[in-house]
Ligand binder design. Sequence first.
Ligand code: NAI
Ligand code: A1CAB
Length: 313
Amino acid sequence: MSSDDAYEQPGEPAQTGQPGQPGQPGQPGQVPPRVAMLGLGSMNGAILSGLLASSVRREDVVATTRSAATARARAEEHGITVLAEQETAEANGIAVEQADVVFLGVKPHGIVSLAESIASRLRPGAVVVSVAAAIDLAMLEGALAHGQPVIRSMPNTPLSVGLGVVGLVPGRHASAAHTRTVQTLLESCGAVHVIDESQIDALTGISGSGPAYAFYLAEQMADAGVQLGLDRALAADLAAQTIYGAGRMMVQHQRAGTADAAQLRRAVCSPNGTTERAIDAFDEHGFAAAVSAAVEASASRSAEITEELRTAE
Ligand SMILES: NC(=O)C1=CN([C@@H]2O[C@H](COP(=O)(O)OP(=O)(O)OC[C@H]3O[C@@H](n4cnc5c(N)ncnc54)[C@H](O)[C@@H]3O)[C@@H](O)[C@H]2O)C=CC1
Ligand SMILES: O=C(O)[C@@H]1CCC=N1
């Protein structure tokens, strides 16, 4: 390793966004917020798992689904109250009545009508957090009562295991205290960045869609291992544990300021060794261009959906 590649061993990072910080809801002396999760699919389900494992009491959560069968399955899985629209026409309105924080977790095209349907049932101080791609603050605020606090967010599914990352864009009526409540809640299961709305499409391209890029890389690594003669289970575990280990190592070093991704990569590449050949192969096959195009495509699609929904209004 050359001197510019040298890196020190970091301690455990302690900074904003790390789970396990003081001041989380649910700790002694703090009243945990009451939470409503409207829609309990991949994303809201991941947030719910992360919150229940860290900072929110089961009795303080009410969730909703469309079908009764899904409501029963999710209620059993998470040990919470889940109301189904199929059985209770007012399920979403009922779920939000006592809530301090309301997560809107349906597909983008359903967010505005969902917000409109609960507008009159929300407590005036309740903060509404949309997890939807592409739905901007103007659309959200326009669907709710004047003055209702709103935060646009872009989370990712590793929140379910306490290792997510979330971008938050506070709306006009979200006070510092509202933002702090949501930030503290989500910091119990991931890193949180408060950003400007102009940055959210780019953030979506990196961290919102990004877990899929890591899973795709793992799929391809495992497939390549099988082609080299490994059995599928071994190849899949080698790929998953390698991405997990590299990710944790990179986060620790980057946050401690001891090494960045490029330095860590170079430290694996022995001169004229195996990894150097692999990185050369990546470069010959256009790896950097492919990643750049993928992030750009996700960010552009987010902006495109915003335009589609705005013109459909
Ligand atoms: N899946 C992901 O990794 C991420 C998703 N998002 C956003 O999260 C939102 C949800 O996406 P997914 O969870 O992937 O979709 P999903 O389809 O898994 O979940 C949406 C759920 O909402 C339910 N639903 C629809 N209308 C409802 C209603 N009126 N009342 C109650 N439940 C209702 C659906 O039955 C479904 O189970 C989207 O807006 C997406 O942009 C954001 C970041 C990452
Ligand atoms: O694919 C999507 O549109 C959503 C938003 C970011 C991740 N999943």
